[in-house]
Design a protein around this ligand. Structure first.
Ligand code: MCA
Ligand code: AMP
Length: 532
């Protein structure tokens, strides 16, 4: 059984030049604000002008269609304009998590081989050293800087007049962006997203969630992932809406801006943290029309507590880096806690058994997805691309399609941990821990956590100080991958094949974080995180 409609018919998307930038719906009056950022307003005209200027800079730097531009920059309107400049020039944007360590960045640069790397002043020196090394090894080149206020060696580069020109025509399957996502192998893979992928998914979300020019999107997400860059920004860009941007999630800031906003998007942790604030009230949300959650499971108790407190039923949707958004609860109609709704326009889903046989409603199996939202494949790693022979993308999610055709994500086939909306692949952390002297083996697992949903725990067969383990991970990987707890054991439990029984470990340590009870969703006992 398959559900949803894979054929997506939209004349705007069927047009000859499929450059996603051409689909942006500017308001008639370009002086209208697009982004409110601290005490500055950036208009739609600023977006047009700055992205054209940045595109000219990239051309002057020698970038040609299809070249990669890597960006490890703090969130700012200038960073968004850099992304748009890449689209306009037919370049492939490669956003990098600002928290990534030198080792992690090195891997991404070696893999993506960008022609230009844009970064912050404080990272530039480090990246220049890295780039010098990589230039010898694999031909990576220029490193330039772009600060949060838009200054830096990238934006002050003066391109010759001849570098300014028309936007680059693109075919629907031209790659617009490569987003890195980890995998069971522990090494990130670059998901190639085409102009078509971005267009069909952006349009599906805009129409499903009823975005209009009158909307004001409160944006607190990072912009190096699908959620903050594509889901949030594309809804605004495709509808002529306005955005209020925060540098990062901060519940005080979010609450301060909610009375002027109409839409808010976040990972479940944002909602848990908002609920821990007694000043989250229905009055404060009176101007809001929609709260959206995704990237990780929204607990039904969070959904219900939020509804009780504010009168708003959070709309939960489900997606992946490789596919964009696949399903959504309805804008009009009942939003069901614990379910991720039905397929979006243009998306088909099915649930299959281990022999790849499609299952009937009511059965649990692996979720597969098909549609024009599904990515082109992994950059330079075709053999990792998980498609069935008949063209379905195999997710690592286990799902149930209900009688009413709504979907519940019941688990994951892989060991993936989703902590506060960030993915952590255990293998990557285990590999670091296992290199330490005295470590026989380790098992990294996700445990229920009241704030992050899941948190990383390391069960290590060794007798060491936990600082040694934590510092080793901290030095090599991004902060959010550092275990929140390390447990030393004499022996890891194994099955007959010698494989570590992670299921048993997850059960044994299940209440490790929840017992501590660091966050309350009732607001009365605001947690230590309440200022975040
Ligand atoms: C920060 N830390 C974390 C996390 N974030 N640890 C675990 N999980 C995290 N997500 C580290 C910090 O570095 C710090 O380490 C310590 O934990 C406490 O941090 P805290 O100050 O509480 O964190 P924060 O800075 O307030 O950030 C938490 C956050 C943030 C606001 C939840 O992680 C966030 O904005 N997450 C959103 C991620 C996201 O956009 N995901 C979308 C992916 P130390 O104590 O050592 O300093 S796109 C996707 O998934 C798909 C496609 C989809 O469906 O959308
Ligand atoms: P990423 O690798 O960052 O693309 O994350 C994609 C994964 O996030 C999916 O495969 C799911 O496991 C998870 N995910 C996203 N949205 C939801 C949701 N609403 N409920 C449960 N899991 C989700």
């Amino acid at each position: 059984m398959e559900y949803g409609e894979a054929l997506f018919v939209d004349t705007a998307i069927a047009m000859q030049d499929a450059n996603f930038y051409g689909l942006i719906r500017r308001p008639a009056d370009l002086s209208r604000p697009l982004i409110e950022w601290s005490d500055r307003l950036y208009s739609w005209a600023d977006m047009e002008k700055t992205s054209a200027h940045f595109a000219a800079i990239l051309t002057a730097l020698g970038c040609a269609k299809g070249d990669r531009v890597a960006a490890q920059v703090e969130k700012s309107p200038a960073a968004l304009f850099l992304y748009l400049a890449c689209l306009r020039s037919g370049l492939v944007f490669v956003p990098i998590n600002t928290d990534y360590s030198v080792d992690e960045v090195e891997y991404l640069l070696r893999d993506s081989r960008p022609s230009v790397i844009v970064t912050n002043q404080n990272k530039a020196k480090r990246l220049e050293e890295l780039t010098r090394k990589l230039t010898i090894l694999c031909g990576c080149s220029t490193v330039l800087t772009l600060a949060e206020n838009g200054s830096g060696s990238f934006s002050t580069y003066i391109p010759p007049v001849s570098s300014y020109g028309k936007d680059c025509p693109c075919a629907p399957d031209d790659v617009a962006a490569i987003l890195y996502t980890s995998g069971t192998t522990g090494k990130p893979k670059g998901a190639m997203l085409s102009h078509r992928n971005l267009a069909v998914n952006g349009e599906a979300l805009r129409t499903t969630w009823d975005f209009t020019e009158g909307d004001i999107l409160l944006h607190a997400l990072p912009i190096f992932h699908t959620h903050g860059l594509f889901v949030a920004c594309h809804c605004a860009l495709l509808s002529g809406a306005r955005m209020i941007w925060l540098p990062a999630f901060d519940s005080t800031q979010v609450l301060a801006h909610l009375p002027r906003a109409t839409v808010f998007m976040g990972v479940p942790t944002y909602y848990v943290r908002l609920l821990s604030r007694a000043d989250l009230t229905a009055e404060r949300c009176a101007h809001m029309r929609l709260f959206i959650s995704g990237s990780a499971p929204l607990q039904p108790e969070t959904f219900l507590a939020f509804q009780r407190r504010t009168g708003h039923a959070i709309l939960e949707r489900y997606g992946m880096t490789e596919t964009g958004m696949n399903t959504s609860n309805p804008y009009q109609g009942e939003r069901q806690p614990g379910r991720v709704g039905r397929p979006l326009p243009g998306v088909s889903v099915r649930v299959v058994g281990i022999d790849n046989t499609p299952l009937k409603k009511g059965n649990i199996g692996i979720l597969q997805v098909r549609g024009e939202n599904v990515f082109l494949g992994y950059w330079k790693k075709p053999k990792y691309t998980n498609f069935t022979r008949d063209g379905w993308f195999i997710t690592e999610d286990i799902a149930l399609i209900g009688e009413d055709e709504t979907i519940t994500i019941v688990g994951r086939a892989s060991d993936l941990i989703i902590s506060g909306g960030y993915n952590v692949y255990p293998r990557e952390v285990e590999q670091v821990i296992n290199t330490l002297n005295g470590v026989v083996d380790s098992a990294v697992i996700g445990l229920p956590h009241p704030d992050f949903g899941e948190a990383v725990a390391a069960i290590v067969q060794a007798q060491l100080k936990d600082d040694i383990v934590l510092n080793a991970v901290r030095n090599r990987l991004a902060n959010y991958k550092v275990p929140k707890i390390v447990v030393f054991v004499d022996e890891l439990p194994r099955n007959a094949m010698g494989k570590v029984r992670k299921d048993l470990l997850r059960r044994t340590y299940a209440t490790m974080f929840t017992m501590a009870g660091s966050c309350s969703i009732d607001g009365e006992q605001a947690s230590a995180e309440s200022g975040k």
